[in-house]
Design a protein. Structure first.
Length: 370
């Protein structure tokens, strides 16, 4: 074995030492890296666990707050979109609007030469009782407050004291809800008659019948006798106001009624009174005539009466001077609030425009005074 030089021996030892040191360092680095990775994973897992716990805690807190803020209803019953009883909700059906009797009979389809809006009309030249215009005049229909002409005639026929004080009682008040003649109102028989005729006051008309000798039943019997007496062949009445659709007559009957009512000066005067003032409960109330033509003076009206209920439509009967001659005009079941008055103006202009032939005579009536 050859001996190595000290220098070579030292160099070999140094190389072995460096190699060992490198190996140990690498091993340490690997172990450190491994440990770091392990710790990182542990930290990540711990952080994830904490976040999960924190998230769960937050959700729990929010849920608790939601529960606290959301008040439970006092009554957990089903909310219904209507106040009707449950049993009736499913049974509801659309309500058809009420139509007039003339509409139900199809009278609106009948067109006349004057294009009147009234389904029924009759015009009579009173100098010789000639009917010069006739539209469905034989049809029997509800006549509404035109009834009050008969009410006035029967009251006047009885010769009852006109200055006697009458009081609107509970029975009178029940007959019609919308009236300024409140329960306890006092008025003379004459004033009740005036308000019934000019302003078509229903409570005034009813109290006239109630204060008739024998009461309301005797009064209505007298009214129906009066219709026969003056020649109203198709008329029948059940109450003194006209609020019932059972008060019926034909246009021809009503032309006879107007002519008969004209014989009473009080009725003539009261039906064309434009306005009346009355103290009720220490307040002055103003009552206007229900006929626009009377208030405006568009026609020379001698006697008139308006009427309206759903079954009758808008009605108007009147006697007026046209070309210095008296004419009776009847308009029933007119369309629109003002159309019956417009029909009267149209008839007036038609009469003024030319001569018109007689269609037939008006039967069983008295010739009105000029």
């Amino acid at each position: 074995m050859s001996k190595k030089s000290p220098y070579k021996l030292f160099l070999a030892i140094l190389i072995v030492s460096m190699s060992y040191s490198t190996h140990v360092s690498a091993k340490t680095t690997d172990e450190s890296s491994s440990n770091n990775n392990i710790q990182a994973e542990k930290n990540k897992s711990s952080k994830s666990s904490k976040e999960s716990k924190s998230s769960g805690a937050n959700r729990s807190i929010r849920a608790d707050k939601t529960k606290k803020n959301a008040k439970s209803p006092k009554n957990s019953r089903e909310v219904r979109p209507t106040v009707l009883p449950r049993s009736s909700v499913k049974k509801m059906e659309p309500v058809s609007p009420r139509v007039s009797a003339g509409t139900a009979l199809g009278l609106g389809k009948n067109v006349d030469e004057l294009n009147l809006k009234s389904k029924v009309a009759m015009i009579v030249d009173l100098q010789n009782q000639d009917i010069i215009f006739d539209k469905n005049s034989q049809i029997v229909l509800p006549v509404a407050s035109i009834t009050k002409l008969l009410t006035a005639m029967v009251v006047l026929d009885a010769n009852l004291p006109m200055e006697e004080t009458l009081e609107i009682n509970e029975q009178d008040a029940a007959i019609y809800k919308n009236s300024r003649l409140v329960k306890g109102t006092t008025l003379t028989r004459q004033e009740a008659l005036l308000l019934a005729l000019m302003s078509s006051e229903n409570r005034a008309a009813y109290t006239l019948g109630r204060n008739y000798p024998g009461g309301i039943n005797a009064f209505m019997a007298a009214i129906n006798r009066k219709t026969k007496e003056i020649g109203m062949k198709n008329a029948f009445f059940e109450d003194p106001t006209g609020l019932t659709s059972k008060n019926v007559a034909s246009a021809e009957d009503l032309a006879i009624l107007v002519n008969a009512a004209y014989q009473y000066p009080v009725i003539r005067q009261f039906t064309i009174t434009p306005i009346h003032f009355k103290q009720i409960n220490q307040r002055e109330q103003q009552f206007l005539n229900s006929n626009r033509l009377v208030r405006s003076g568009d026609m020379e009206v001698l006697i008139q009466k308006t009427g309206y209920i759903s079954e009758a439509g808008r009605c108007l009967v009147m006697m007026a001077m046209v070309n210095n001659k008296p004419y009776t005009m009847v308009f029933l079941d007119s369309v629109g609030v003002q159309s019956r008055f417009a029909d009267a103006i149209r008839v007036k202009e038609w009469i003024q425009s030319s001569q018109h032939a007689m269609l037939r005579k008006l039967p069983n009536t008295k010739i009105a005074a000029n």
